[in-house]
Design a protein around this ligand. Structure first.
Ligand SMILES: Nc1ncnc2c1ncn2[C@@H]1O[C@H](COP(=O)(O)OP(=O)(O)OP(=O)(O)O)[C@@H](O)[C@H]1O
Ligand SMILES: O=C(CO)[C@H](O)[C@H](O)COP(=O)(O)O
Length: 329
């Protein structure tokens, strides 16, 4: 579908295309917490060629053997080159290319460098995107992904055993050996994030469910203004007569991380019609349509709802940076 005739010049696509600087999104969280999964969804919502992702694993300075020998975990600041990362993010923000190292998860070795030229949006995802003040200044919008321990352990074991060649006992031992560094160096970044995604077991499904059904709470700092409100469409008649799967939601304002935050809690699976207005809004703003990830589905999960809501929030932030209060004119 081509929405270009419906968009005025002040849309997200125009804001992104006409700007010299790169919009930087930081996605922080523990290993196996769902950062890559979430980042991949945002990329497909915005269009893969508009967004480049950088994994902060590439900024490890100790390879796997060195970490094993010294007992230093990848979560420790000593295992990572933050000054190179800061230098690179600053260059990318100015639209300049970088020569980036590469951490090879198969061999456990540091390789490269490879040349990387920035696209208009860059997502830096990893253990420490919000670790230093300089990084926090450079990042325009930040997300912390925070699944409960039982969910995280299940995901991490499944991923590392099936895709990274580890045995379950090795993954559990590794998780145990990282616990203190997680608490000391990774989790404290949560208070700097613009949005926090909490994930826990759904009341409608087991942790080990194939459809990805979880309870997801989106904590967000208050926004000064929105470019336009987009309704979610809870049609009670359609829900009563059509929905065959359960869901629930609630919203409250809570005091968290020393500030007031909105907490939107979504659980279960929602009829696709609920998010269709939101999808249309995103399609019009990005000039990409239909939002290909979910358009042909009867149901979306709470995680997918949050991916769409956060994409809308990112669009708002980018447009606000470009046009400020003149955005709706
Ligand atoms: N929202 C989700 N719903 C269902 N499963 C998920 C979700 N997010 C993550 N997973 C599962 O958890 C595994 C790990 O997720 P992912 O690779 O995204 O984590 P990560 O934070 O990027 O990890 P790392 O930093 O170690 O690369 C995935 O392979 C997937 O099986
Ligand atoms: O915490 C991690 C983030 O993905 C990894 O464990 C870290 O990057 C080291 O990778 P590997 O376990 O493959 O040596």
């Amino acid at each position: 579908m081509d929405y270009s005739h419906e968009t005025n010049l002040k849309n997200f696509r125009h804001a992104v295309d006409s700007s010299e600087s790169t919009f930087i999104i930081g996605v922080a969280g523990d290993s196996g917490s769902g950062k890559t999964t979430f980042t991949r969804a945002i990329r497909s919502i915005f269009g893969n060629n508009m967004v480049t992702t950088i994994s902060l694993d590439d900024y490890h300075v100790l390879d796997r053997d060195e970490r094993k020998r010294t007992g230093i975990t990848p979560l420790s600041p000593e295992a990572n080159n933050f000054s190179l990362l800061e230098e690179h993010v600053a260059l990318l923000k100015e639209g300049k290319s970088i020569d980036k190292p590469v951490y090879n998860h198969d061999s456990g070795k540091i390789e490269g460098p490879v040349r990387l030229s920035p696209s208009r949006i860059i997502i830096i995802e990893g253990l420490h995107p919000l670790f230093t003040e300089k990084l926090r200044e450079l990042i325009d919008f930040s997300i912390y992904v925070s699944p409960d321990t039982d969910v995280k352990y299940y995901w991490k074991i499944k991923r590392d055993v099936n895709l990274r060649g580890y045995r379950e006992e090795e993954v559990l031992a590794e998780l145990e050996s990282r616990r203190a560094d997680y608490e000391n160096y990774v989790h404290p970044q949560i208070r700097f994030a613009d949005a926090v995604i909490g994930i826990s077991k759904s009341r409608y499904a087991d942790i080990m469910n194939e459809r990805g059904v979880y309870r997801v709470v989106l904590y967000q700092k208050k926004q000064d203004r929105t470019i336009r409100n987009i309704n979610l469409n809870f049609d009670l008649f359609a829900i009563n007569s059509l929905a065959e799967r359960g869901f629930s939601f609630d919203f409250s304002i809570i005091e968290k991380y020393e500030k007031k935050m909105g907490a939107l809690s979504l659980d279960g699976e929602f009829r696709h019609e609920v998010v269709s207005l939101l999808e249309k809004g995103i399609e019009m703003q990005t000039g990409i349509g239909p939002v290909s990830v979910y358009s042909d589905r009867s149901y979306v999960t709470a995680t997918e709802m949050v991916e769409l809501i956060l994409s809308w929030r990112i669009i708002n932030r980018r447009m606000d940076m470009k046009y400020g209060s003149g955005v709706s004119s």
